[in-house]
Design a protein around this ligand. Structure first.
Ligand SMILES: Nc1nc2c(ncn2[C@@H]2O[C@H](COP(=O)(O)OP(=O)(O)OP(=O)(O)O)[C@@H](O)[C@H]2O)c(=O)[nH]1
Length: 383
């Protein structure tokens, strides 16, 4: 009967590992070469986790001198695979000497534990050696995740939580179990299976969430960015505007808007063609970006029409900034495929009135821009 339980446990863990491996193939593959390797190490982690249970079963059927060193070696191998998966996830290169040191670590523990089992040394010596050996790579993985925490990375926090849980289980949970559990090896196999099942499931979950979340962040950034100029786009404005209005109202913060439009851009296209027009647009944005503060945001609202969000600037300061931009643009010569182009731009400036929202402020800034155009272009007009 006990053998049936054993086969069921080894079989169930094999199925979970296979499902996990298929799952990693279904996840989107990152384009970054190093990051793409993360999934293969996650697969090896699942295989090593299953090997832990398999070797425990070998010990259980009467071959502890092979089974137990196998359990320890597979557990350390699993921990290193987890570390490699995390390192690759964040695009970290691992040197050959480090890989060699890890292999030496695994083989060393296997040899020492084989001797300890063969000489019938007290079990706690082999356990302590194996558990601290497993904890080391997991702790390294934890440090790597922590280094890459970003404010929006829920996936990173989840991975950090999972690795912390693994360390806690390895350093406290397993020793506590070994202290109180009866020596009967049947319990050890059941406990090992349950432990490895939990670790495999939570690691797979954290791995998937981490990959999907970074993909989502990348997609969001792409949706909000104009591919030609690299400036933010109208989608970004519609998303940020209500938040920014509410924030400015709540905190009574000053915020100014500068609407900007290139003068007679149609004639550039007509004269030199759209490709040169595109290069001119791109270069125009680079010149503007180089003059802005880090807290300012350049948004391409469409065509050759832009908006600059300037937090903490009142109307006067924003108008001074717009004047600097106007001057720099009019003095720059843009070279595109052997053609030298001179541009000018018109600007409308408006400070957001207290309690107002961004959409109405944009309308007023646009009206000021319209006046600048009507008054001869290459001008800054403040409302
Ligand atoms: N090359 C290129 N041209 C664009 C792009 N988006 C809009 N345009 C062109 O920008 C021009 C805008 O023309 P108008 O709206 O008449 O404005 P304008 O010629 O700049 O004149 P004013 O704004 O009145 O000074 C059109 O010819 C559009 O085809 C783009 O992404 N690339």
């Amino acid at each position: 009967m006990q053998d049936v339980h054993m086969y069921i446990q080894v079989g169930v863990l094999a199925i979970v590992a296979m499902i996990g491996i298929s799952f990693t193939f279904a996840l989107p593959k990152p384009r970054h070469q190093l990051k793409a390797k993360s999934a293969s190490y996650a697969r090896w982690f699942l295989v090593a986790s299953w090997l832990v249970v398999f070797c425990q079963a070998i010990a259980h059927i009467g071959y502890p001198q092979i089974g137990l060193p196998g359990v320890y070696a597979a557990a350390i191998l699993g921990a290193y695979m987890q570390l490699m998966s995390v390192l690759k996830r964040y695009g970290t290169e691992v040197s050959q000497s480090k890989k060699f040191a890890a292999a030496l670590h695994i083989v060393g523990v296997m040899v020492v534990t084989s001797v300890l089992v063969a000489t019938k040394a007290p079990a706690w010596i082999a356990h302590s050696l194996a558990l601290s050996s497993v904890a080391f790579p997991v702790w390294q993985a934890l440090r790597c995740v922590k280094q890459h925490f970003s404010t929006e990375s829920i996936g990173g926090h989840l991975l950090f939580g999972v690795l912390s849980l693994v360390i806690a289980l390895v350093l406290f949970g397993v020793p506590a179990y070994l202290t109180i559990a009866p020596a009967d090896s049947h319990y050890h196999l059941a406990a090992t299976s349950a432990f490895m099942l939990v670790i495999m499931l939570i690691f797979m979950l954290a791995f998937a969430v981490n990959i999907l979340q970074s993909l989502l962040l990348k997609l969001r950034s792409q949706v909000h960015t104009d591919p030609l100029t690299g400036a933010k786009n109208r989608h970004f404005f519609y998303e940020i505007a209500p938040k920014l209005s509410a924030h400015a109202k709540r905190k009574h913060e000053t915020l100014s808007l500068v609407a900007c439009d290139i003068d007679y851009f149609k004639s550039i296209n007509d004269e030199h063609g759209h490709v040169i027009g595109d290069i001119a647009l791109k270069r125009f944005c680079e010149i503007i970006q180089s003059q802005l503060r880090q807290e300012d945001t350049l948004i391409r609202m469409g065509g050759e029409e832009f908006l600059i969000l300037s937090p903490q600037y009142d109307g006067d300061k924003a108008a001074q900034m717009a004047e600097r931009l106007r001057k720099t643009i009019s003095e720059s010569v843009i070279s595109a495929r052997g053609v030298d182009i001179s541009l000018t731009a018109s600007f409308g400036v408006m400070q957001m009135p207290p309690g107002a929202d961004l959409f109405t402020t944009v309308k007023s800034a646009d009206q000021a821009l319209f006046d600048a155009k009507a008054n001869g272009r290459n001008k800054v007009i403040m409302v």
